[in-house]
Design a protein around this ligand. Sequence first.
Ligand SMILES: *Cc1c(COP(=O)(O)O)cnc(C)c1O
Length: 375
Amino acid sequence: MKEKLKNRAWIEINLNNLEHNINEIKKIISSKTEIMAVVKADAYGHGMIEVSKKLNEIGINTFAVATLEEGINLRKNNIRGNILILGFTNFSDLNYVIEYDLIQTIVDYNYSEKIKELQLEGKLKCHIKINTGMNRIGERYDDFNKLFKIYENNRLNILGTFSHLCIADSEKIEDIKFSKMQIKRFNECIRILEKKGYNTGALHLQSSYGTINYVGLNYNYVRMGILMYGINSSKDSYILNNLNLKPVLSVKARITSIREIETDDSVSYGRTYIAKEKRRIATLGIGYADGIPRNLSNKNMIVSIKGRYAKIIGRICMDQMIIDITNFKNIKIGDIVTLIGKDKKISAEEVSNKANTISNELLCRLGSRLKRVVI
Ligand SMILES: *Cc1c(COP(=O)(O)O)cnc(C)c1O
């Protein structure tokens, strides 16, 4: 409570909702499939250490991050279990992967060949990435000359093989066809590797939307990001399984100043808002430097205060923004305003839609200046 009073604006994290979401997701995956919790980008703005500690507590033992630094950060904070780095790590840094007991993604054949030239202290724990159609990273699903050489590389300790679906959140017939083709390519690739006697290790293909829209695949892991945080990527994401997910995060700020303005008075930079009559307005101590997108200015965007809605007026500034409170009584300095929360009208899906982006981007941009309060 004391900490909250000091903050002009903050992110509230509800770890009970995180646990609830994990239990919901478990309902639709097979008992032999484990959740690999994707906690990259500071757990999508939720705070990777707080989130990962909670996940460890409730029995999640496998994590995915994007970078080596993120993996080291987890280890330095005593996070237990497997930690997979999903992206590229510089060759000169691969010794840290071993030192901190992390798992590196082999991004393609060339990457695995280069590792043969390095003086690593021991074998490199890794998962092999297969490119089944996204064409971002991974060795091609059908280039067996190269794939066989990767699996024969004796500098690697291969613990898993995975791929990534690129359009699993769409309900268009042709997109579903594409996802099914990716699944087929992955399965066929694995079948041939195993027939040759190679150990492919733990298999995983689905992230959030792959998991809920393509059930029954029963790989060893599902990689859970956005849905674990209780939020859909966008308002119109296609969801086959209606899980009862609850958002883990909300963004709050305090009212710092209240004033009356007269007819024809303007508000904020650029004078984009001009009062048509006498209004009462309030300033909030939060702005785009805190991750509130500036392009939400003048978009009929609302915030929630005391269970009602107030409109954002004028341009959102770097550290402050202004709302119209003409129709409110009893609002005072220090009152708390919710900008993103569980209320549908100010949900991450709604806010990101108005900002022309997806909630993933909105969330992972929040973290840099806002303190997190765990409740
Ligand atoms: C970020 C990422 C995920 C998590 O995706 P969500 O849609 O948030 O679940 C899974 N796999 C890979 C390879 C990723 O880069």
